[in-house]
Design a protein around this ligand. Structure first.
Ligand code: B1M
Length: 219
C-alpha cells in the first residue's frame, strides 16, 4: 500500500500520532503537501463521512478521526503556506450559525494566510450579526468568508447577505461562501458574491479580489 493510502487508513482509525509521523515521512520523501492533504487526509475523511452516513461509524469515531486530521494538517501547515507573503487585504472568516464543522474553514484560513492575507477567524457557530459587527470595524478591501457543511445551516448565508444590506455595508464587502453542500447556483440565488469550491481557489480568488483584479461586491 502507498504512503498516502496508509495516511488515509490511519486517519480513518483516528491514529493521530501515526498520521503525524507518516505526513512527516511523506514530506521527507518529497510528496507535495497539497498531494498529502488531498490524497491522504481528505480522502480518509471522505471515507469516514460515507461510513457516518451509512451509520457504520458514529460521532465519537468521527471526532477521533477529526483529531487525526487536525494533527496531519498541523504537520503540513508550514509547507502549505510556504512562499511569498504579501498583505493584500483582510478576510473575516467563520462557520455559520448552528454549524460546528471547522476543518474546511481552517484550511481556507491557512491557505489565505499563506497568500499574505490578514484573516480574522471568528470560529464556529457564527451569527450573521457577529460577521457584520466585526466587518464594520475593518477598512476595505474586505471579504466576509463563510463556511457551511450542513444543508440545514446554509440558510444562514442568505441571512448574512440580508444583514449586510440592512447594515449598509453591502457595497464595501465581498461575501464569499463555500463548504460541501454549497454551489455556485446557491451562491447566485442568495445574492452572495463568490462561491469557492475548495481552500486553494478560495485563497486565490480572495487575493484577486483584494488586489482589485476582480470585483464581486455589489453596490
Ligand atoms: Co458532520 N456531517 N455532523 N461532523 N461531518 C457531515 C458534513 C455529513 C455530510 C456526514 C454525512 O452524513 N455523510 C452530514 C451533513 C449532511 C447534510 O447536511 N447534508 C453531517 C451531519 C449530519 C452531522 C451532524 C448533524 C451529526 C449528528 O449529530 N447527528 C452533526 C452536526 C453538528 C453541527 O454542526 N451542529 C455533525 C457533527 C460532526 C462532528 C462534530 C462529529 C465532526 C466535525 C468536527 C469538526 O469539524 N471539528 C463532523 C465531521 C468531521 C463530518 C465529516 C465526516 C467530515 C467534514 C470534514 O471536515 N471534511 C462530514 C462528511 C464529509 O464531508 N465527507 C460530515 C474535510 C474538509 C477538508 O472538507 O469541510 O468540505 P470540507 O471543506 C472543503 C470544501 O468544502 C471547501 O474547502 C475544503 C477543501 O479544500 N470549503 C470552503 C469549506 N469551507 C469553505 C469556505 C469557503 C470556500 C471553500 O469560502 C468561504
Amino acid at each position: 500500500m502507498s504512503l498516502l493510502s496508509d495516511i488515509s487508513e490511519l486517519l480513518q482509525k483516528g491514529k493521530s500520532k501515526e498520521v503525524r509521523e507518516l505526513c512527516q515521512k511523506a514530506l521527507k520523501q518529497g510528496f507535495p503537501a497539497e498531494e498529502i492533504l488531498n490524497e491522504g487526509l481528505i480522502r480518509g475523511m471522505d471515507v469516514v463521512g460515507d461510513k457516518f452516513k451509512r451509520d457504520e461509524v458514529y460521532v465519537p469515531e468521527v471526532l477521533i478521526a477529526t483529531r487525526a486530521m487536525k494533527s496531519g494538517i498541523e504537520t503540513l501547515e508550514p509547507y502549505l503556506t510556504a512562499g511569498k507573503k504579501e498583505t493584500h487585504g483582510t478576510v473575516v472568516i467563520g462557520t455559520v450559525k448552528g454549524d460546528l464543522h471547522d476543518i474546511g474553514k481552517n484550511l481556507v484560513k491557512i491557505m489565505m494566510e499563506g497568500k499574505g492575507l490578514i484573516v480574522i477567524d471568528l470560529g464556529i457557530d457564527v451569527a450573521p450579526e457577529k460577521f457584520i459587527s466585526v466587518a464594520e470595524e475593518q477598512n476595505a478591501p474586505l471579504i466576509i468568508a463563510c463556511s457551511a457543511l450542513l444543508t440545514t445551516t446554509m440558510i444562514e448565508m442568505e441571512n448574512l447577505v440580508k444583514a449586510a444590506g440592512e447594515a449598509g455595508i453591502r457595497d464595501r464587502v465581498t461575501i464569499m461562501i463555500g463548504g460541501a453542500p454549497v454551489t455556485d447556483t446557491f451562491c447566485e440565488s442568495i445574492g452572495a458574491d463568490v462561491y469557492a469550491p475548495d481552500a486553494y481557489s478560495a485563497a486565490h480568488v480572495a487575493v484577486e479580489i483584494c488586489s482589485g483584479n476582480r470585483k464581486y461586491a455589489v453596490s
